[in-house]
Ligand binder design. Structure first.
Ligand code: AMP
Ligand code: MG
Length: 529
């Protein structure tokens, strides 16, 4: 039975079991020897519930009936019995440098819900006002970035990539000033709040902060808590299996990264404070989706110089971040060798999953004796895709339609994937030659491998037809800013079944139109959110 928000079962183990900051105010400060600060959301003037995601509500046992109390809670204007709101303290390495204390600068966890199945899920408002961790910023979020988080986290879930979820989007009625292009032209934008849902929002940086201060006591308390709540088989009385923790986080992170690489997602800010200890995609900021397949692409303007967080570098950055995590936990042990060894679990899992993932994208049966050959087939595909601007999503989806027959003309072989070329002429020019050659090799490999129906089904399960293309989300934002939420609802509906191609939805599967190539918010995004 779904219940109203005030009738849900709340718990607050994070705040009742871990050391907290004794100061109750939201004054900005360094918070030491504590995992969180108790802080209430700052009320907003005219909250309007714009989206409530029914399947996320259902997972909480929450009724979708829109009551004034529900809207007030989701806007941060009201706390109901059982909620014990807090902002978490964490640090992080940003762009490769230790950045010190960061923390929830504009996120406030309302409480922990004990869901009908017994699962515990935290509800967190993003954009709910200043906390001790806000530094010089305002603790608020704009509609544009909140909508991007809502749409993308839900899309990722339906794509089968581990992620935090989004329950709701509220506009606040208050303006928030942002300088989108960082060019000295700040302007007011509508403020908004997303309610995110996850079993935990703990990040690698949640552990690093205590290690950086030499505070082994708080670090140990947090580690014990995290293990007991999320990896209970790694706790035995006083004994904490720290190598097991590193290995488990590593394996989950590998699963997440392989998911990103499969669907063409680029996180854009893979700082250690933005990596979950549960391997969930978290903190959707200046992320993007590959359009033309380009492993060097980063959506984040702040990252444009070094392109540290480019698509093709994500597996390596995750590894770098995990090393920082293991270094933090090393403060709890005398012998660090087992931790170093445990870091190998990430690479092992990646090496196990990546070939499987590529095999499913290509509709091949991964055979141990063909590992090297298939590896080479993949790298030559990536090279061929780089010879022209070729849409990643459409290419892989249409690859299932390629004729595998032994004596098919080049033109006929290329025909199904020609739509993926951004420049239609390029599909008929020398730029298509590497791909045509590759398709010959591919056809030879795939022919007689899996039965045709199975091959098709495998590929359609691995290669979505609908993803939240940057320009699609941009259009939805423009409509929502005008007060029209229908395009947003339609897009979210389409993205609920990203692998099922449906007639009438061609517009959602289309390549990026030319106008969107250089529009801020479509091609490049800033962290200004
Ligand atoms: P992010 O790049 O979004 O992961 O944020 C890095 C840090 O900046 C985190 O500690 C955030 O909570 C904080 N932060 C980002 N935007 C704001 C804001 N508008 N107000 C306060 N803190 C913020
Ligand atoms: Mg963050």
């Amino acid at each position: 039975m779904a219940r109203p928000i005030e009738a849900l079962t709340f718990d607050a183990r994070f705040v009742t079991e871990l050391p907290g900051d004794p100061e109750p105010s939201n004054r900005c400060r360094e918070v030491t020897r504590a995992c969180y600060s108790r802080v209430a959301p700052t009320p907003v003037s005219a909250p309007r519930l714009r989206v409530l995601v029914p399947e996320v509500a259902a997972s909480l046992g929450l009724s979708t009936e829109v009551t004034p109390t529900l809207v007030e809670v989701l806007a941060g204007n009201r706390i109901v019995d059982g909620m014990q709101p807090y902002a978490a303290c964490y640090g992080g390495h940003q762009f490769g440098q230790w950045a010190g204390q960061l923390g929830d600068g504009r996120a406030i966890t309302l409480g922990e819900i004990v869901a009908p199945g017994g699962e515990r899920l935290e509800l967190q408002l993003k954009g709910a006002g200043v906390t001790p961790y806000s530094r010089r910023a305002d603790g608020r979020a704009v509609l544009r970035s909140s909508l991007r988080e809502l749409v993308c986290s839900e899309a990722m879930h339906h794509l089968g990539v581990p992620t935090t979820r989004a329950l709701s989007l509220v506009t606040t009625g208050d303006a928030v000033v942002r300088d989108i292009l960082y060019d000295g032209h700040p302007a007011p934008e509508p403020g908004a709040i997303v309610c995110r849902v996850a079993p935990s929002f703990l990040r690698l940086g949640s552990f690093e902060i205590h290690a950086s201060r030499g505070d082994a006591e708080t670090l140990r308390a947090l580690t014990r808590f995290a293990l007991r709540e999320h990896y209970p088989w790694l706790v035995d009385g006083e004994r904490l299996d720290l190598p097991g923790f590193v290995a488990e986080v590593g394996r989950r992170t590998a699963r997440m990264i392989v998911g990103w690489m499969r669907v063409g997602f680029v996180h854009g800010v893979m700082n250690t404070d933005n990596l979950s200890i549960l391997g969930l995609t978290i903190d959707y900021g200046p992320y993007g989706w590959l359009e033309g397949f380009d492993p060097g692409w980063t959506p984040n303007t702040t990252d444009a110089g070094g392109r540290r967080y480019r698509f093709g570098n994500q597996p390596r950055i995750a590894q770098w971040n995990l090393v920082r995590f293991a270094e933090a936990l090393a403060h709890l042990v005398d012998d660090t060798a087992p931790l170093a060894l445990a870091l190998g679990a990430y690479g092992d899992e990646l090496r196990r999953l990546e070939p499987q993932m590529m095999a499913s994208k290509l509709g091949l049966c991964a055979r141990p004796e063909l590992v090297d050959e298939d590896d080479e087939l993949t790298s030559s595909l990536f090279a061929a895709l780089g010879a022209a601007e070729i849409d990643m999503t459409l290419f892989f989806r249409r690859l299932a339609d390629v004729d595998l027959g032994p004596s098919v003309s080049t033109e006929a072989r290329l025909a199904p994937v020609a739509v993926a070329f951004y420049d239609a002429d390029a599909a008929r020019s020398a730029a298509a030659e590497p791909l045509a050659l590759w398709l010959e090799r591919y056809a030879a490999r795939a022919r007689g491998d899996l039965p045709p129906d199975e091959r098709r089904a495998t590929m359609h399960r691995a290669n979505p037809i609908y993803v939240p293309r940057n320009y699609l989300v941009h259009e939805v934002i423009e409509a929502a800013t005008r007060g029209d939420d229908a395009p947003l609802e339609r897009l979210m509906d389409v993205l609920r079944a990203p692998y099922d191609e449906r007639p009438g939805l061609e517009a959602y599967a289309a390549k990026r139109p030319d106008w969107a190539r250089s529009v801020p918010g479509c091609s490049m995004l800033s962290c200004s959110s």
